[in-house]
Design a protein around this ligand. Structure first.
Ligand SMILES: [Zn+2]
Length: 281
């Protein structure tokens, strides 16, 4: 098994960069969760862990320690940029040579992400970042656009773009490690057209699911997990918001399950039989 550690940058009390109504910590989590879900769903010889799977505060030392103690083969630290630029760039540790194994991996990953993210290419770079310096395995940090640039931020708000960015990260790993496809088709959430403009509406079934305000909490699950309590990765709070409504991206694999996009957890599955009070429209 190839052990892949995914580190969605920031989280909890650390929002990271911000712009145009969105926060870095949420964008990085959405990308990170999709990388994990695609790897786990479509490949057989890969094992994935994450530094966080929700909106939690995790220190840099906790992140690098978790990856090191697990013995990960590879680490992705996923970020978005800010400060007046536009486009995508990635980093390896500044102490590595351009002929190092990690640098070769960076070239593969960079080409696969740039082929899918519809962004300006700012190139492959090196830096003395904690997550690159303090980790024992090959590590690449990706900066997926500038959240304070209107065009890049609009892309970050598009689930189809999130999907393509995640898939670029995955295909890079597939090539590096010869990951074995397990025969599962790409998830139904895969956008139909990789070249769709960033402003195109996300793929959708045209239906919505309404979670009534009478429900305090509503469990959510990974897209590919069975909707049982032990698999819950968090909760939505319909009562707190006077009811919640989500666009249904697709049906889940199980009866009465639905795939939705959430701001805090990314793409998730919920159970919505009519007995729960959920209303499908
Ligand atoms: Zn960051």
């Amino acid at each position: 098994m190839v052990k892949i550690f995914i580190d969605p940058g920031h989280g909890g009390s650390d929002s990271g960069a911000a712009g145009y109504g969105i926060l870095e910590k949420n964008v990085t989590l959405q990308i990170g969760l999709r990388i994990r879900d695609i790897l786990e769903r479509e490949y057989s010889n890969v094992s994935v862990r994450m530094s966080r799977t929700g909106d939690t505060t995790v220190s840099l030392n906790q992140r690098s320690n978790a990856a090191n103690s697990w013995g990960a083969d590879f680490l992705y630290s996923v970020h978005v940029n800010a400060g007046g630029g536009v486009g995508y760039e990635d980093y390896i540790y500044s102490g590595l040579s351009s002929s190092s194994r990690t640098a070769q991996m960076q070239r593969t990953i960079h080409s696969e992400i740039i082929a899918r993210n519809n962004m300006n290419d700012r190139g492959m770079k090196k830096a003395d970042f904690h997550m690159l310096r303090e980790t024992n395995m090959d590590a690449v940090l990706t900066e997926n656009g500038f959240i304070d640039n209107a065009g890049d931020a609009a892309k970050m708000k598009d689930p189809a773009w999130i999907e393509q960015v995640a898939r670029g990260h995955v295909v890079g790993l597939e090539r590096i490690y010869n990951l074995t496809r397990n025969g599962n088709a790409p998830a139904t959430s895969t956008p139909a057209a990789a070249t769709a403009p960033a402003t195109a509406p996300a793929p959708s079934s045209g239906r919505t699911i309404y979670l009534p305000a009478s429900a305090d909490s509503w469990r959510i699950y990974r897209v590919n997990d069975a909707p049982v309590r032990a698999n819950a990765i968090g909760q939505l709070r319909p009562a707190k918001f006077g009811g919640l409504s989500y666009r249904i991206v697709a049906n889940g694999n199980e009866p009465y399950t639905y795939i939705i996009d959430t701001a805090d957890f990314g793409r998730v599955k919920i159970y919505g039989h009519s007995s729960t009070g959920a209303v499908i429209r």
